[in-house]
Design a binder for this molecule. Structure first.
Ligand SMILES: [Zn+2]
Length: 88
């Protein structure tokens, strides 16, 4: 499921996407660096990986949102995409 995309633009800024073995996902924004860390192997299903990806992008888009807000919005979007067939 994971593609080799390493950079994406979020709210006009370039973010890198990296793999890391010890996290399901993480959004790192400090010291001028913008990195979303994702580990597809830590997810049991595609929809779980999709949820984490959306979650970390939401952190990047909305740095002042609480963890609870991010988790709720990510889950809603992941469920919608799953319902229309984007993930198993
Ligand atoms: Zn989070």
């Amino acid at each position: 499921m994971a593609r080799k995309v390493r950079y994406l633009r979020i709210r006009g800024r370039i973010w890198s996407i990296e793999n890391a073995a010890s996290w399901k996902g993480l959004c790192v924004h400090k010291g001028g660096g913008r990195t979303i860390i994702l580990n597809p192997k830590e997810h049991k299903t595609d929809v779980d990986f999709m949820d984490t990806t959306i979650h970390e992008v939401l952190h990047a888009q909305h740095p002042k949102w609480t963890e609870r807000q991010v988790a709720a919005r990510a889950n809603e979007i992941a469920q919608a995409l799953w319902l229309v067939g984007f993930a198993r």
